[in-house]
Structure formats: C-alpha cells, structure tokens
Design a protein around this ligand. Structure first.
Ligand SMILES: Cc1cc2nc3c(=O)[nH]c(=O)nc-3n(C[C@H](O)[C@H](O)[C@H](O)COP(=O)(O)OP(=O)(O)OC[C@H]3O[C@@H](n4cnc5c(N)ncnc54)[C@H](O)[C@@H]3O)c2cc1C
Length: 429
C-alpha cells in the first residue's frame, strides 16, 4: 500500500476537484494513459486539444504521486548535467531539440497555466541555486556559462547580493535563473485534469492497471473492475512504477523526498528570507530546497526515507531549516509529508517506444515540474504523428540500472553518506 500525503500543505490548500469515478465498464478509446500526474495529464490535455479520445487511469487519484506532493519549483533547466555531457549522451540532433525544450520549459508551463486559467498560485519570480562549497561554485559557473551560450537566462550572483536574495548568511555564491518560479502543485494537477476533462478526456481514479495485452492492432488494458481497448498506451508512472511492464521499474531508482511547511509566519519569524520571492535550492548531494509563500508560510524540502511507518527524517530537516534560516527557530512545522521521485542512470528523462504503440516517459531526477510537461507533450506529439526527429527526446532502449536490487537496499545509507560529504565540504569551505 502506498503512503498518502494527507498532512501536506498542498492537500490542505489545493483547489477542489470532484472525485473521479472508478472504471467499472469495458470502454474503447484512442489513447489510454496510465498515471494521472503531470506527465499523464499534460499528455491527456494535449491529445484532447487535438480531438483525440483519451482515458486516464490512476491507481489512486489525480496528483496522488509526486505531482501532487512536490516542492512546486518550476526549474527551467535539466539538473546535474552540463551541455557537453548531454550532447555526449544523446548526440547533436536531439541535444538541440532537448536543449530548446528544456530551456523553454518554465515559460511553456506558465503559458499553459495562463491559457487554461488554472488557479495554482503560479508566479515566475526566478530560481536561486546557491553553492554549498567552492568546488560546487566552480561547477555551477561552468555549467551556467555553457547553458547561457544556448540561450539560458541565468546570471551568477555572489557576496552581499546572494545573502540578500536568499536571506541566509550561509551562502556566498549562486546562480539566478530568472525564468524559474513556483506553483501549488496539487492545484496544477487538478487544474490540468479539469481542463482535459472539459475537452472530453475521461479520468478514472482507484483504477490500478493490472495487465496490458496486445490483441491484433489494439491494446487491452485491464483494471480490477473494467477494461479499456485502445490504439495507443502511454505509461506515465515515474517513481510509482510497478511491475506492469516487464523491466521498466528497474530503469529508474525511486528516491524519497520529504517536505515541511508552516502556517503563515509573523515578520520576526520570516525575517529577511527570500524577500523577492525566488525559490531556492542548493548544490548539496543531499539537496535542500525551499520557498516563501505570498502569505509568509515557509516550505522546506530535501531527502528523506520511507519506512513501513511512513516518511521519516523530519527532525533532521527542521534542524537544517533552522541552521540555514535562524529566524525559523521554534516555528511550528505543522505540515510534514513526502513522495517518491525517479532517478535515471544518466540523469536525463527517458522516453521509450517499448512496444508497438506503447510509449513511456519517466525519470525526471527531481526536476519534473516543468520537464514532465515537456515529456507529456512529447508523448502526445508522437501519437499525433509529429516526426520523431522533431521530438525533444530520442527513444532509448529500456535498460535496467546495474545492481538495481542492491542499490535499492542502499538508498538510505547512500543518502546518509551524501549528507556527511556535504557537511564536510561546507565546513571546509
Ligand atoms: C517530495 C518531492 C518534491 C519534489 N520537488 C520538485 C520541485 O520542486 N521541482 C521539480 O521540478 N520537481 C520536483 N519533484 C519531482 C516531480 O514532482 C516529478 O518529477 C513529477 O511530478 C513526475 O510526474 P509524473 O506524472 O511523471 O509522475 P507522478 O506524479 O509520480 O505520477 C505517477 C502516477 O502513476 C500512478 N500509477 C503508478 N502505477 C500505476 C498503475 N499500475 N495503474 C494506474 N496508475 C498507476 C500513481 O498512482 C501516480 O499517480 C519532486 C518530487 C517529490 C516526490
């Protein structure tokens, strides 16, 4: 049983969406999408806008996965990689396509939100990525210079300016990406679902897909109480991928991220934190990311662990938040929740043409708010007969991560080691 996110700020403040029904019939459609997160919903929206019949099935409900639980940071670039590394991985042609799609991804998402009038507290005030040590500063600068050559709107900031923008004395340098921003993620997912349904898409909740069968030139997609016959299948299950498609789960490493949030704070508590409303994250291996809400709530996130009792790691996170922003000492972190994201071996999202008319998009490496929408559009475009050469991602072969089982057992200890290394580097800086 997956753990819900009841104690999440987003659950408490999201726009309403009437409960979607459970699939209890045999129905026919053009495209069936498994997963009602950003990837599946944005594909559904794009297909519905192009007069294609779509059915979306989720094991639980719209936004149940990472899309309804994330930090809501709209980050306009791929993480971790420099342009030259991405070029190496996917070749020149797709590099050009992915580069443009990735750099435009934040603008494209804010345009989609405006077009469909989605009430999700969208704001495009920039993203500040701060360095935790000198080595990280050099890498960030190198990567930023590389991306700027391809049109990224990013500028290095340091000294008093980074302290003023972050509101923390701990950071001495960083990169400001002005196209970044923030959304209320669960409201965005629900808003996209509504927009797609208004255009004719059918969405079913509590309808886990248990089997995929090819019959002639159709797919039969089974749930416990119904089935869908379709020409195309899209799998959009990211960190919640199960055994539905042989081998898919082992192409990604699910990683747990947890978050904490306050009620609106008073002036003394909020102090000088993020005065201009940028979102912030840092360069640590065990990343911290945070945002100040327009009503002066603070939201803070990072790595955590999922045990049989639920998400853990909140006490360490509160210590971390107070160390970075001392005015937050003694505030009540009323909301505490977590979710699963998906890491790929090359740290790029993966697009697979896995079987005839069955396509998959996943692996956003914790930067999926904007990029899952790039993927959703890519999946829809493929079905709408856009030439594959024009897609942002090349189709790659599904390849399991080596020693996946052992690595899965080790994600907890690995995060522990990452934290120790981060601390050591920050201190020696
Ligand atoms: C805590 C957290 C914080 C994050 N913060 C950020 C951030 O600030 N910025 C950023 O860019 N990214 C962030 N991310 C990453 C981002 O949220 C994800 O990359 C993105 O939401 C992935 O969307 P998705 O639609 O591909 O997958 P998900 O939203 O995870 O959706 C997958 C869906 O598939 C469904 N499903 C799985 N199996 C089946 C089945 N057999 N049948 C039916 N349904 C099924 C699940 O129920 C789920 O609803 C964060 C992630 C987490 C967990």
């Amino acid at each position: 049983m997956e753990v819900g996110s009841k104690n999440s700020l987003w659950q408490a403040t999201a726009i309403n969406l009437d409960a979607n029904p459970t699939l209890e019939d045999d129905i026919q459609t053009d495209v069936v999408i498994v997963g009602a997160g950003f990837t599946g919903l944005s594909a559904a929206l794009q297909l519905s806008e192009n007069n294609t019949n779509v059915v979306v099935l989720d094991k639980y409900e719209v936004g149940f996965g990472a899309s309804g639980r994330n930090g809501g940071q709209v980050n306009p670039m791929l993480p971790y990689n420099s342009p030259e590394k991405i070029q190496q991985y996917i070749g020149n042609h797709f590099f050009e396509n992915l580069c443009q799609a990735s750099l435009n991804s934040a603008d494209a998402l804010f345009e989609l939100i405006a077009k469909h009038k989605i009430d999700c507290q969208a704001r495009q005030k920039g993203w500040l990525r701060v360095d935790h040590c000198e080595k990280a500063r050099k890498t960030s600068l190198h990567n930023a210079e590389g991306w700027i050559k391809y049109g990224a709107k990013m500028s290095p900031v340091d000294g008093a300016e980074v302290e003023r923008l972050s509101g923390s004395k701990l950071y001495k340098s960083g990169i400001l990406a002005e196209r970044g921003g923030a959304v209320q993620p669960l409201s965005l997912a629900r808003g996209e679902a509504k927009a797609a349904m208004d255009l004719g898409a059918k969405i079913f909740a509590n309808s886990p897909v248990t089997a995929l069968k090819r019959k002639g030139d159709k797919w039969i997609v089974k749930t416990p109480k119904g089935k869908v016959t379709a020409n195309w299948v899209i799998l959009a299950t990211n960190g919640y991928t199960d055994d539905l498609l042989d081998g898919l789960a082992k192409t990604v490493m699910p990683l747990v991220s947890i978050q904490i949030a306050t009620e609106p704070l008073n002036d003394d508590q909020i102090g000088k934190i993020l005065p201009e409303g940028q979102t912030i994250s840092d360069t640590r291996r065990s990343i911290m990311y945070s945002r100040r809400e327009p009503d002066n709530r603070m939201v803070f996130g990072g790595h955590g662990t999922l045990t049989s009792k639920g998400f853990v790691g909140f006490d360490h996170m509160i210590e971390d938040a107070t160390r970075i922003f001392p005015s937050l000492k003694n505030v009540d972190w009323k909301f505490q929740w977590g979710g699963k994201l998906a890491i790929t071996e090359n740290r790029l999202p993966h697009y697979h043409e896995a079987k005839p008319n069955l396509i998959v998009g996943l692996g956003f490496n914790g930067r999926g708010v904007a990029m899952s929408h790039v993927m959703g559009k890519c999946l829809a475009d493929r079905i709408l007969d856009v030439p594959v050469k024009q897609l942002p991602f090349p189709s790659s072969k599904m390849k399991g991560i080596p020693f996946w089982g052992i690595q899965m057992m080790g994600t907890g200890p690995v995060v522990g080691v990452m934290k120790i290394l981060d601390k050591w580097e920050s201190r020696s800086a």
